[in-house]
Design a protein around this ligand. Structure first.
Ligand SMILES: *[C@@H]1O[C@H](CO)[C@@H](O)[C@H](O)[C@H]1NC(C)=O
Ligand SMILES: *[C@@H]1O[C@H](CO)[C@@H](O)[C@H](O)[C@H]1NC(C)=O
Length: 284
């Protein structure tokens, strides 16, 4: 009885501690519609179906359009890609899988920045989208934390003309290098998605550009073959769940070996309530 009461009190103490103020593991989500999320959107209406892998979790926050942290929930980009109907994207399943596989990871802060229909030229240094990404990333760091990775899924808009497709790889590489420089994180891990679809016929050319970039700490996951909505362009909800899981597994493999996974007792990280609870449960 007594241990239970103790656990109850402890859990209560954890609950009242605002997650909003904790240092966060920050992920920037950028690109176009498949990153913003169109899973479950047909004829400009979202079906509202949120699979278990995309459900809210008190340890997953989202930087809203007005730069405040709120509990993250689908659609993650609703107030960012605000002129479009948004649905399920890869962000929530990504974060849920990271926490499920590494319960000591801590609070995740997602920073949605993706806008549907945007070409790589809209993201170059100096553009409004680029500046907003940097501004939101800086705002995300204000309560402490680390930018853990940029998750990038874009290029469908660059498949329409051969010229755009041919120059895609070089522009994307410059974008990655510029973002790392402006976020003062030269080794910032980047996980990009190789296209599953496109708005035009040069999908393979854009994919070659994506796959041809050779930067350290850049990982590419392939969305080719994942199920698409009837529009032939957007990943379905289930496809987004799969993509989020693949991206999470890729990210967890990038984590330096000095940070133990699934071993809270050896962790040198500052003790958090969640660690402590986990240890107590494990020692039962
Ligand atoms: C900021 O946005 C969040 C989420 O949309 C909302 O709950 C909150 O009230 C807003 N805060 C301000 C100060 O506008
Ligand atoms: C939405 O559309 C309005 C009017 O065209 C534009 O001013 C605004 O920047 C757009 N917002 C987003 C998030 O694209």
């Amino acid at each position: 009885m007594l241990p239970l009461l103790f656990l109850g009190l402890l859990a209560h103490a954890c609950l009242v501690r605002p997650q909003q103020l904790q240092p966060k593991n920050i992920f920037i989500l950028a690109g176009q519609s498949n990153m913003a999320g169109r899973g479950g959107v047909v004829n400009s209406a979202w079906d509202g179906i949120v699979p278990s892998q995309c459900q809210p979790n008190p340890s997953i926050l989202r930087l809203s359009a007005n730069l405040t942290w709120v509990l993250a929930q689908e659609p993650l980009h609703a107030d960012i890609d605000a002129n479009k109907t948004t649905g399920v994207g890869p962000g929530m399943p990504f974060a849920n899988v990271v926490l499920a596989k590494d319960p000591t990871f801590g609070v995740i802060g997602l920073v949605p920045c993706a806008i549907g229909g945007t070409a790589i030229s809209h993201w170059g240094r100096g553009t409004s989208l680029y500046k907003r990404l940097v501004r939101r990333a800086q705002a995300a760091l204000q309560d402490g934390g680390t930018i853990q990775a940029l998750l990038w899924y874009q290029g469908e808009a660059d498949t329409v003309s051969k010229e755009a497709a041919d120059s895609y790889g070089a522009k994307l590489e410059s974008f990655f290098i510029d973002v790392r420089e402006d976020l003062k994180s030269p080794m910032l891990p980047i996980i990009q998605v190789a296209l599953a679809s496109g708005q035009g016929r040069f999908v393979d050319t854009v994919r070659e550009g994506q796959l041809g970039i050779d930067l350290l700490e850049l990982q590419t996951v392939d969305a080719k073959g994942l199920p698409l909505e009837p529009d032939g362009l957007h990943l379905t909800t289930q496809a987004q769940v799969q993509l989020g899981e693949i991206m999470a597994n890729t990210f967890l493999q990038l984590i330096p070996s000095n940070r133990p996974i699934l071993s809270p007792i050896q962790s040198s990280a500052p003790r958090r309530c969640s660690n402590f609870l986990l240890e107590l449960f494990q020692s039962e």
